[in-house]
Design a protein around this ligand. Structure first.
Ligand code: SF4
Length: 353
């Protein structure tokens, strides 16, 4: 087989990536000095909260060749995930007795699908350039996904810190392939197009975007409902509203998301009616039901106890309803210490005591 020139190979790789369902692809260099400085500052301020894995692995996160020796370039890819068949989030947020779940978590766990597609792309690349090495990642290792995507030309990091594309908005997953093949890297980084806009900062229910481009995870509802293990700080509970798994508010208000495309990938469509479920309906799930209904879903990782903790907060924030009070009281005797404390808080909210 004739060896393709790096430029021709890159063009063909892009076509393969598109055929496999990736909407964007670019190549980043392996030097991330500015991003490394930003990461170290963020960690020093403790803004990662309990996410100790952000600190672990030293500089492997910001220096790709330390994670995979010999890495010469990083292929960054994105896949849109906004489920075309889901009830709009804006509707759910207006109905306090419904459960609002982050758009990315309504269907099957995206890691599996993306990993399978990346594997096919790696196999194709290895067939074109025999002897090369590839390692694929999708939110699965210490990888600075967002800065790599920016360097690869996929977009810019908005004031909410997510990556935004002018053509596609920000509702996409990121994935990476590290390779020892020296591919032509992207030379034109996307400019910042946030301008004077501060919509995401103004809309964040808990004020987690503490300054433009600075997110304090300890205040972020996604962190509090997914990553955080212990009690949710009481002052933050009212602002959580009916968001029981993640929060999309900063993306919902971003004007660039008017260009977002919905995904028709079957795996990303809502399962078990999670895009329109009532809080009380989900509150009735015992652990066995939770495990069954969240099989293959990213929601499973928080476990039944934290699921109930999050639901108790949302039920406390829901419009006053005697049925909610009864349901909370019924669960109290058998609840764990963590859940019981949240139930008691919710009951105080519901009864005004
Ligand atoms: S809402 Fe406005 S400030 Fe925030 S990321 Fe989008 S464009 Fe930037």
């Amino acid at each position: 087989m004739d060896t393709l020139s790096p430029t021709t190979l890159l063009k063909a790789l892009r076509q393969q990536a598109e055929q496999l369902g990736f909407q964007q692809m670019g190549v980043a260099p392996v030097v991330l000095d500015a991003a490394e400085a930003g990461l170290l500052d963020w960690l020093a301020l403790g803004r990662h909260g309990e996410m100790e894995y952000m600190r672990r692995h030293g500089l492997k996160r910001s220096r790709p060749p330390l994670l995979v020796p010999g890495t010469a370039s990083v292929i960054s890819l994105s896949m849109d995930y906004l489920p075309g068949q889901a009830l709009p989030m804006e509707n759910l947020l207006q109905q306090g007795d419904k459960a609002a779940i982050s758009r990315y978590a309504l269907g099957r766990d995206y890691h599996k699908l993306i990993r399978q597609r990346l594997k096919k792309l790696c196999q194709w690349l290895e067939a074109q350039a025999p002897g090369i090495q590839t390692r694929l990642f999708t939110d699965s290792a210490p990888v600075l996904e967002k800065p790599l995507a920016v360097l690869a030309g996929l977009g810019w990091q908005g004031k909410h810190t997510n990556v935004i594309s002018r053509q596609r908005g920000s509702w996409f997953f990121l994935a990476e392939i590290y390779t020892n093949l020296a591919l032509p890297v992207n030379s034109t980084a996307e400019a910042d197009h946030c301008g004077q806009c501060t919509r995401c900062m103004d809309a964040c229910p808990t004020g987690a975007i503490v300054a433009p481009y600075e997110l304090d995870a300890r205040l972020c509802i996604s962190y509090l409902t997914i990553e955080h293990f212990g009690p949710i700080p009481e002052p933050l509970r009212p602002a959580i509203g009916n968001r029981i798994y993640g929060c999309d508010d900063c993306q919902l208000v971003c004007p660039w998301n008017r260009f977002a495309q919905t995904s028709e990938e079957a795996d990303f469509q809502p399962r078990h009616g999670l895009d329109r479920a009532g809080l009380l309906e989900l509150w009735q799930w015992d652990e066995a039901t939770f495990l069954k209904r969240t099989e293959g879903s990213p929601i499973r990782r928080i476990g039944h106890e934290r699921w109930q903790r999050n639901l108790a907060v949302a039920l406390g924030n829901a419009p006053h309803d005697p049925a909610i009070i009864r349901a909370l009281q019924q669960r109290l005797p058998a609840a764990s210490e963590l859940v019981a404390e949240h139930i008691e808080w919710a009951l105080r909210q519901q009864t005004g005591s």
